[in-house]
Design a protein around this ligand. Structure first.
Ligand code: GAL
Length: 701
């Protein structure tokens, strides 16, 4: 069953006629007259959904056991009367001063042993038993008080779990890590095997001897580091589960979620794993002001969020109307940029558009962060754009519940992100996201939709599957990828994939052990490039970062500089990848420079009904683009529509077959897009042109 069909999720979406609209609402920062004005302004903007009470614990419970719900009662009653639904927070994202004073042991500890103090937010360890007791306590009090409140539509559990600090190294965290290891491995011998502790005299006699990977004289055990990353992601999720257990008991009819931070910046949390526990996926996204292509990163984040949601509609829980306050230089958004950003999220599957925050604070750390109601009030560009967006979202009601169509999958795995970037590797320049994002960008620019898919998930829906830097992979996932090729997909695997198993143990017999059979190649030795070094390829392209000594298995490979002809016999029999067909890989491009001149850089092998390509280096932008064109043409995938350059394109389709093309013109000139139908925002027939900086949503004929 998809998440969309789960009962609590249905209960949420049925509150809204169209795309839900609103933001974080912090009324506790304002006197009552401002709170009343808020209601009028919310009506003017078309607000339907607000997250309330995220950082309000110290006001709700000013002293232990003494509660003051007057302001929250008033706010929820008024919002409900105004027809606005609420995602009520558990208020646990910032422990109140009295709690820290009484129990300083809840504070987070870093790998260096530094205790992170109060005075900010998120100053607790998720493994602290004391903090869990208090956090589940306030959660229960809130759930009991508001369980029947008509405004309550969703639980907003904590806030951005793992933001600021995601790994915790205190003694209580160490004990929780040990318990987690015991559950995972059963015996200390199994831990020793998994971590390869025969190396450097690290063999453990008992679980009690194990510590988190705190700062040490030199590089730490990679198995220990990888498991600590798994544990840290799990520990935050386990804290979430403890709060949700209370909510399920008191309000089984109300769905629960927490706001994720899926983007190129959040590495430490395995959101594919987390997704199992969220009734609906919610994400926060902020543009990086210094990024000249921030719309591409936005698309990456939104596509990743949709992947985490398994394709179901999701909530954009926070983004900004204009500038943020936490980057080095906080540029405001350009006119129209907010609308483009918001609708780009909708184009990629969001059915709710929300901001941090409703009204810009006048005090505190975030007073220079933009909001829906700016310091300048109603007579501002931001406010006019907020009202304009509200009315556009209302007109997009027919889109709600539809799903984004994609025939291209990029395999995405947080564990591979962690493991591929551990220390002591052949090159520090191999970054998990680099090639993956280059492919995504190239497809974005071509108007081709991409889904991010976990390596263990079904790839049946895809004609093109890209596997980038999947350094660690299980036998099952490698088999899943190989099966996609046999079934008929075009599958491309890049360098530094399939090198180790899930324990970070090298798959012996020649790289890439997990994909050797599938690809029909064998890599003898890596040749990472020096900083800034570029290589020429035989097809005229250039490449950087990586090269390697690739042999085509069973094929003839001429290594010119030593004037030998060698034949490599492969298929050692212990490989996970299935090479269903048995063609020999053809070499499409080679390295051209000593010592790898003539060595394959790009290969392609027919496998069953599909193909398996191997890319042994990191091509420059144009070479990658040319490769993408070849892959698209082989797999028969075409863009959403023909258009001029600079237009972002996606298609969402409803279950009844009705489809909607989103065309977002990021350029400064008008652009033509060849789709026909009614344009929903203007309510007129689409004339084939999207004005500079504008957005068209076309309900296709
Ligand atoms: C988020 C957070 C919000 C607010 C926002 C500012 O990380 O959830 O509370 O701080 O950033 O951009």
């Amino acid at each position: 069953m998809s998440r969309k069909e789960s009962l609590p999720s249905i209960a949420l979406w049925r509150h809204f006629d169209g795309i839900a609209y609103g933001g974080d609402y912090n009324p506790e920062q304002w006197p009552v007259d401002v709170r009343l004005e808020d209601l009028d302004l919310m009506k003017e903007a078309g607000v339907t959904f607000l997250s309330v009470g995220i950082f309000s614990w110290a006001l709700l419970e000013p002293r232990e056991g003494e509660y003051d719900f007057r302001w929250l009662d008033e706010v929820l009653d008024n919002l409900s009367a105004a027809g606005i639904k609420v995602a009520l927070a558990t208020a646990t994202a910032a422990p109140p001063p009295w709690l820290v004073h009484k129990h300083p042991e809840i504070l987070p500890v870093t790998a260096e042993g530094t205790v992170l103090g109060p005075g900010s937010r998120r100053h607790y360890s998720p493994s602290s038993a004391v903090y869990r007791r208090y956090a589940t306590g306030i959660t229960r009090v809130l759930a009991e008080r508001y369980k029947e409140h008509p405004a309550l539509a969703l639980w907003h559990v904590d806030n951005e779990l793992g933001c600021h600090v995601s790994d915790f190294y205190g003694d209580e965290d160490a004990a929780a890590f040990r318990r987690w290891l015991e559950r995972r491995y059963g015996t200390i011998e199994a831990v020793n095997r998994a971590w390869g502790t025969a190396f450097w005299s690290q063999n453990y006699a008992s679980f009690e001897e194990i510590l988190p990977p705190r700062v040490a004289p030199f590089t730490l055990n990679p198995g220990q580091q990888l498991d600590f990353k798994r544990f840290s992601s799990w520990a935050l999720m386990d804290f979430y589960r403890a709060l949700v257990a209370v909510l399920r008991e008191v309000t089984p009819h109300i769905p629960a979620t927490t706001n994720l931070m899926a983007s190129s910046a959040t590495k430490s949390l395995d959101y594919f794993d987390w997704a199992q526990d969220l009734d609906v996926i919610a994400n926060d996204h902020y543009l990086v002001a210094a990024d000249p292509e921030s719309q591409v990163e936005l698309a990456f984040s939104a596509d990743l969020t949709r992947g985490i949601a398994g394709g179901d509609p999701w909530i954009l829980m926070e983004h900004s109307t204009s500038a943020v306050n936490w980057q080095p230089r906080n540029r405001p958004k350009l006119p129209g940029e907010m609308l483009r950003n918001s609708l780009a999220h909708v184009a990629r599957g969001a059915d709710a558009v929300m901001f941090f925050q409703w009204r810009q604070s006048y005090a505190g750390s975030e007073k220079f962060h933009s909001a829906m109601v700016p310091h300048g009030g109603r007579d501002t560009r931001v406010w006019r754009e907020v009202v304009e967006l509200g009315s556009a979202l209302k007109r997009l009601a027919p889109v709600r519940g539809s799903r984004v169509e994609s025939r291209v999958a990029i395999v995405f795995d947080y564990e591979a992100w962690w493991a591929s970037e551990l220390d002591s590797h052949p090159s520090q320049d191999v970054k998990y996201l680099d090639l993956l994002r280059s492919f995504h960008r190239s497809l974005f620019l071509r108007g081709v939709s991409v889904d991010f898919v976990h390596p263990s998930a079904s790839l049946d829906a895809y004609d093109l599957v890209l596997v980038c830097t999947l350094y660690n992979v299980s036998d099952e996932s490698a088999g899943n990828i190989a099966a996609a090729a046999s079934r008929g997909a075009t599958v491309l695997v890049s360098y530094f994939s399939g090198i180790v198993d899930e324990h970070d143990h090298v798959r012996l017999g020649g790289y890439p052990g997990a994909f050797r059979d599938l690809l029909g190649i064998k890599i003898e030795e890596f040749h990472p490039l020096l900083a800034g070094e570029q290589l020429k390829l035989s097809d005229g392209g250039t490449a950087s970062i990586w090269s390697e000594h690739v042999h085509v298995v069973g094929g003839v490979h001429i290594v010119e500089h030593v004037h030998i002809v060698e034949r490599v016999h492969g298929g050692d029999g212990d490989d996970a990848g299935s090479g269903a067909g048995s063609g020999t890989a053809e070499v499409l491009a080679t390295f051209t420079e000593y010592p790898l001149d003539g060595v394959p850089a790009l290969t392609r092998r027919e496998v069953g009904n599909g193909t398996a390509w191997y890319l042994a280096t990191c091509p420059d932008v144009d070479s990658l683009g040319a490769l993408v064109d070849r892959l698209l043409s082989e797999s028969g995938v075409s863009p959403v529509a023909a258009s001029d350059q600079g237009v972002e394109l996606t298609r969402r389709r409803r279950e009844d077959g009705k489809s909607f093309v989103f065309a977002i013109n990021h350029s400064r000139t008008d652009a033509s897009v060849s789709v026909s139908g009614m344009e929903l925002i203007s309510g007129t027939r689409f004339g084939g042109t999207v004005a500079a900086g504008a957005v068209a949503v076309v309900a296709e004929d």
